[in-house]
Structures are given as structure tokens and as C-alpha cells.
Design a protein around this ligand. Structure first.
Ligand code: WTA
Length: 682
């Protein structure tokens, strides 16, 4: 499956020399290790596991599983019988065993330039222990779910690791999600407690986070699910004397519009609680397959699914992928620009880097604030060596040309990474030539919330790169391409991307709904994990992701289900029916193009359009705000009444060649929609 020889022409390498120190210095070494990881996973992962602390050893094989629904329940188990604690491995082990206590774990760079702090491994351990004691004193126990809705601050990492230390299961909700989305997620996982903050700035925009959290808690109460406790971090309203350590921001950030409603029956102040807590906190030893966290991702039916990851496999997999894909070295300064509210932030800001004792940048702000040079300014400021971002950010910055990049030196950079969506070759070349000055390999990492870590990816010193291809599988991962009838295709081919066996970090279930887990990922092709992505394999064996095969859209690297947006639209009293499709967008990858059929007697207006956009923003969050809304008196349907999205996609893109429309019930609808399409380009 891995080619014997990789092509020598039309491929790229970084011209910088990583090989001398690299963990995987050649393609041959990659191949050798890959075969070992497949033929003898016990030995391959056993060697990895030796670096970690285990309270008790596993009692069975490294991995056991069933991927075939026709043979019984789907399950994946890794290192059964072993017990450990990830927080202990990320912090105590690094401080005490590896003597990294004085190493900086995070350089925190605030939204506003100049607002900065840092935390060492020793300080992080102390802060996590204190907060873990706070959680225990609030009655949080092993297995309880805790919801976290916070900006990108060090305390977010503290909150998540404090949960992990006491065996509680964190469910982080991205702080850009709406109150409604937060409520839905709190209720689905039956969280005991919410941790949030007063507010934060995104660029020059103030987000009154506590206000949104309160709204969510009220909605939970209205639905019969009262949350008793909400811990609130004063991030914007913190006074200097409340600083918990010398690295805290120097002065109160000025924000006259900050609203921090306070309900003394529910709300507790983070700072007051930790000031009384002890620095000592015995970790809760967890079994390998105990749940570690829940993270919600869009489901194609509209209801988000709570992806569950478990302790040991996720720890080993994120640690190993981080180490090898970014070729981590002790003097690195690593920076992943994702938000911790997404899986990229979970695996590659918190778990993978800390497991390796890495020093990272934790950035609160935006790539364009105060200007489009901010990223490169930060790279120079901290001497960032490994940099990981999303194609949408690259395209956004590319629009401003090379000058804002070249104002800064970027000499420290060694490896560049991308994640979240296919990277178009133009953006790839710009990243490679301008940002990395042909010196830095680009690791185009394909993976999903569900996969826990990278599954298709180059290794920086080993894999010849082709712009736009995620290249080859990571260790332990066995991909295949299937046709519609479920047959495995050999050689150059295109079809459904599936995986034939588990790797340690793959998800274990959908929280509270194992049946949904089986039916989404395993039913279509028994015996395989189905990614939902299309994929092409070229003559050299390289894998190229071609995009989603289901009703999911990828807007700025975030997956959204069309059904989720449609249901937010039809909840508006004026809307009878809605259909949402993706339209290619030069920066966001895809934009949301919505067709709405109004109820009889309702007229379409600008005011209504603004209301509908607001409605979607409030139901889901700003990331789902429609780019276009078209009044559609009728929608193209088959004779059996199914909306023909394929036709709507053509209308959104103004492509007149509709292909086969013989099943269309009324073709005049299509002409009318073409005439009235939203043609402005965004
Ligand atoms: C897409 C993000 C092409 C893909 C880590 C996948 C990619 C979905 C890439 C998962 C990539 C992610 N090339 N497509 N390098 N990385 N995707 O769960 O469609 O937010 O299924 O996880 O993003 O998105 P999720």
C-alpha cells in the first residue's frame, strides 16, 4: 500500500536540513516503521507506551476491536487493564521525572499586542492542582461531565487538565458558539457544572461571554435541566491585585461595555476559589478505556454528535503524532493557531505538545488584528520553529500579498503545517515560497474530530510533498478507497475514504448513543470506518482528499451540516422550507448559500433577510451565518418530493449545465431560481 519508490520529479522537499536530528529521517525509514506498526502494533506502540507512567500494566493485547456491524457490536479497546492519568503524564512526569519544571509550557499572547504572559510546567502543574481541588470541593467526581466555554487563555488549559486530573470528562464548547448551541451540548452530555469567563475580545469586538453563558443556563433551566454551579474566570475585569502569579497581565483591560451579570446562587468566582485551594492534588487513576472528553461535531442529520475519546489510546496517539509530524525537538517553540474549542486545539495545543514537554504559543487573537502582519510578528517574537494553521487563514493572508510577511524575518521557522480542509495548490505554493521561503516542509495533515489525531500526513524529513495531497497514512493507520458498492479499489482510483482497522486514538462512541456511532461510521460499508470524505489515489500512491461525500459543508475549516442550518432557518415564523448548499468561496473554502421558501402571504425583504441571518447566528453561532439567502418561491424536487441539492448547487454557482434532470417534477422552478439568484461575489 505504501509505494516502494516515491517519485523524484514534481515533488517538493524543504531545503532546510531537518534530517540530522529528525525522528524519521527518510522515506525508507518511514516505510520500515509503517510496516512494523501494522504487522506488530503491540511492539510498535509498546515501545511508545514505555515513555509514559502507568499505575498498572495492561492485561491483554494492545488493541482489540470489531469494525464489522454484521458480526456484532462495534468496539475498540486499547491497553485494557492498564491505568494511568493523562494530567500526571503531561505535568507531574515532565516536572519530576524529566526535570522540565522550569521550561515554559505556554507563552500566552493576548488579543491586544503587548498583553502577554507565560507559564512554566511547574506553575501549570500547581495551577491545575489547585483548580482540580476546587472542582472536587464542588462535588465533581470521576466520570462527571463538566462543560467549558472559555476564550483562549491559559486558564482554559488549566480547567481542562483539572478535569482530567480528577477523572472528570470535559466537554469544551467553542466560545464562538451561541447560547442555544451551548445549552444543547450541556444537556446532551448532562454536565454537572459550567466553567466560563466574563468576556473577551476578538479583534476589536467585545464578546460578553458570561451573558451568553447565562442565556444558555436559563434555556437549560427552562428545559428542566438546572445547572447548579457556574465558575466564572475574570479575564477582562481582573484587577492587578487579583493576579494569581507574576506573569499575569499588568493592568486591567479597558472594556466599558463588558456586562457580567451575576447570580450568587449559581455563580462562583474562579479567583476567589483558587486562592483557598491547596497545591497538592492526588490524581485519580483511570482505566485505559475510561472516557477522557466529549467534543461535539456537526452531524449530517443536524443534531451535533458528542464524540467520545478515551484515556490511554488518545494520549499515546496525540503524543506520537505531535512528535513525529512536527518532528518535535527540545528547543522548538511550537505554535498552533487553532482554538482549543476544536479538536485541533485539544490534540495539538493541549495534549500532544504537553505530553512531549513542548513549549508552545497560545494565541488569543486573530490573524488580522491589529493588522495582517500579526502572525509573523508573533513568529519572530517567540522564535517559533513549528507553525500549524488552516488553509482559510493562509488564503486570507495571501490576499494582502507578500509584503506584510516579509516585514518580519521568520528565520526560526522549520516546519509548516495545515489542517481542516483541502489546501488549494495556489495557497500551498504561497505558504511554501513566501512564508517558509522554500526552506520548510509543509505537513498537510488530514484528520477528523473522530480520528483524534493525524491519519494521513507527510512526515517533514521523510515524505516528498505534492501540493494539495495529504500524502500517506500515519503509523498504525490502514486506509482504503471503496467504490459505491463497497469494493476496495487498487492502484490509481477515486471513491470513499475508509479505514480498515483502528489506531489508538480513534473515537470510541457517540456520547449516549452507541447506535448512532455504529450507523454513521460503520453501517454503509461493514468492516470499515467510513470518514465521509471522498479521496483519490494517484499513480504514485499519494492520497488526495476531494471533499465531503455527505451533506456537510466546510466553512473556514469548520464542518457544518446543511440540515443544522436549514432547521435554524425554518424555525423562523416566515419560513416554510429551506435548503442550504455550499458555494465555493475564495477564502472560506465554502460559503453558505440558502434557499428559503416563505409561508403564504409573507413578502421577502431586506429586513427579513437580516432577521434570518441573525436567527442562524443565534441558533448555531457566527461561523454559520449565511452568506447568501435567496427567496425561492419553489424548490427543485423529484417527483417523490426530495429536494435536488445537486441542482441547487448548480444554481448557486450559476452553472447552467444541470446534467440529468429527468426526475425533476417541475423544471420551471429552476429557470426562475436562475433568474433571481444572488450574484454578488463575496
Ligand atoms: C476536512 C478537523 C482535506 C475533512 C481536524 C474532514 C481535511 C473534516 C483536512 C474534519 C486536510 C480536515 N485535507 N480535508 N488536511 N483536514 N479536513 O472534525 O473533510 O473539524 O472530514 O477535524 O475536515 O473536520 P473536523
Amino acid at each position: 500500500m505504501i509505494p516502494d519508490n516515491v517519485p523524484e520529479e514534481n515533488v517538493f522537499y524543504g531545503s532546510g536540513d531537518l534530517k540530522k536530528e529528525s525522528h524519521v529521517p527518510s522515506f525508507d525509514k518511514y516505510k520500515e516503521l509503517y510496516l512494523k506498526s501494522i504487522d506488530n502494533p503491540d511492539e510498535f506502540w509498546g515501545a511508545v507506551a514505555k515513555d509514559f507512567f502507568w499505575k498498572s500494566k495492561p492485561t491483554g493485547p494492545f488493541l482489540s476491536y470489531n469494525f464489522d456491524v454484521t458480526k456484532g457490536e462495534i468496539f475498540i479497546k486499547c491497553m485494557e487493564g492498564a491505568s494511568t492519568n493523562i494530567c500526571y503524564n503531561l505535568l507531574d512526569r515532565n516536572v519530576h521525572e524529566r526535570k522540565l519544571g522550569d521550561r515554559v509550557a505556554f507563552y500566552w499572547e493576548g488579543n491586544e499586542p503587548g498583553d502577554e504572559s507565560s507559564v512554566t510546567y511547574r506553575e501549570l502543574l500547581q495551577r491545575v492542582c489547585r483548580f482540580a481541588n476546587v472542582l472536587r470541593s464542588q462535588g465533581v467526581k470521576k466520570g462527571d461531565r463538566v462543560s467549558i466555554y472559555m476564550p483562549m487563555v491559559i486558564e482554559l488549559v488549566v480547567a481542562m487538565l483539572a478535569c482530567v486530573r480528577i477523572g472528570a470528562v470535559h466537554s469544551i464548547v467553542f466560545a464562538g458558539f451561541s447560547a442555544e448551541s451551548l445549552c444543547e451540548r450541556i444537556m446532551d452530555s448532562q454536565c454537572l457544572l459550567l466553567i466560563t469567563a466574563d468576556g473577551f475580545y476578538r479583534g476589536d469586538k467585545l464578546i460578553n461571554l458570561k451573558h451568553l453563558a447565562d442565556e444558555a443556563l436559563q434555556k437549560c433551566r427552562d428545559k428542566g435541566f438546572p445547572i447548579k454551579r457556574c465558575i466564572v474566570l475574570k479575564h477582562l475585569s481582573k484587577e492587578p491585585e487579583e493576579s494569581v502569579d507574576s506573569h499575569s497581565p499588568p493592568a486591567k483591560r479597558s472594556c466599558p461595555d463588558l456586562q457580567v451579570p451575576w447570580n450568587p446562587e449559581v455563580d462562583l468566582c474562579w479567583h476567589a476559589l483558587i486562592s483557598e485551594a491547596s497545591d497538592e492534588c492526588e490524581p485519580e487513576w483511570c482505566n485505559s478505556e475510561d472516557p477522557l472528553f466529549i467534543l461535539y461535531t456537526s452531524g449530517s442529520t443536524g443534531k451535533p454528535k458528542g464524540v467520545v475519546h478515551t484515556v490511554s489510546g488518545y494520549m499515546l496517539y496525540t503524543a506520537t503524532t505531535f512528535k513525529l509530524v512536527f518532528d518535535h525537538q527540545p528547543d522548538d517553540v511550537y505554535w498552533c493557531t487553532a482554538d482549543i474549542g476544536w479538536i485541533t486545539g485539544h490534540s495539538y495545543i493541549t495534549y500532544g505538545p504537553l505530553a512531549n514537554g513542548a513549549t508552545s504559543v497560545l494565541f488569543e487573537g486573530l490573524p488580522t488584528y491589529p493588522d495582517v502582519s500579526r502572525m509573523w510578528e508573533i513568529v519572530d517574537k517567540y522564535h517559533v520553529t513549528k507553525f500549524y494553521t488552516a488553509p482559510t487563514a493562509i488564503r486570507l493572508l495571501m490576499k494582502s500579498g507578500s509584503e506584510p510577511v516579509q516585514k518580519f524575518k521568520r528565520e526560526s521557522l522549520k516546519v509548516l503545517g495545515t489542517v481542516g480542509e483541502p489546501i488549494n495548490p495556489e495557497a500551498w505554493h504561497w505558504y511554501y515560497n513566501v512564508v517558509g521561503e522554500k526552506r520548510c516542509p509543509i505537513v498537510d495533515t488530514f484528520w477528523q474530530t473522530e480520528t483524534g489525531g493525524h491519519v494521513l500526513t507527510p512526515l517533514p524529513a521523510a515524505t516528498p510533498m505534492k501540493p494539495g495531497s495529504a500524502t500517506f497514512p500515519f503509523f498504525g493507520v490502514v486506509p482504503a478507497i471503496l467504490n459505491e458498492s463497497g469494493e476496495e479499489l487498487e492502484g490509481p482510483s477515486e471513491g470513499y475514504l475508509v479505514f480498515k482497522q483502528p489506531w489508538p486514538g480513534v473515537m470510541r462512541t457517540v456520547y449516549g448513543n452507541h447506535q448512532r456511532f455504529e450507523s454513521i461510521y460503520f453501517k454503509k460499508f461493514p468492516g470499515y470506518y467510513v470518514t465521509g470524505d471522498g479521496c483519490r489515489r494517484d499513480k504514485d500512491g499519494y492520497y488526495w482528499i476531494t471533499g465531503r461525500m455527505d451533506d456537510m459543508l466546510n466553512v473556514s475549516g469548520h464542518l457544518l451540516s446543511t440540515a443544522e442550518v436549514e432547521s435554524a432557518l425554518v424555525e423562523h415564523r416566515a419560513v416554510a422550507e429551506a435548503a442550504v448548499v455550499g458555494r465555493p468561496h475564495p477564502i472560506k473554502g465554502e460559503s453558505l448559500y440558502c434557499f428559503v421558501t416563505l409561508k403564504d402571504g409573507v413578502g421577502y425583504s431586506q429586513t427579513l433577510e437580516a432577521e434570518l441571518k441573525k436567527q442562524v447566528r443565534e441558533k448555531i453561532g457566527a461561523i454559520a451565518t449565511p452568506d447568501y439567502i435567496q427567496n425561492a418561491p419553489g424548490l427543485p424536487k423529484t417527483r417523490s418530493g426530495k429536494i435536488m441539492r445537486r441542482v441547487l448547487r448548480k444554481i448557486a454557482c450559476n452553472e447552467k449545465d444541470l446534467g440529468d434532470t429527468s426526475t425533476l417534477a417541475d423544471s420551471s422552478v429552476v429557470d426562475e431560481l436562475f433568474q433571481n439568484r444572488c450574484c454578488a461575489s463575496v
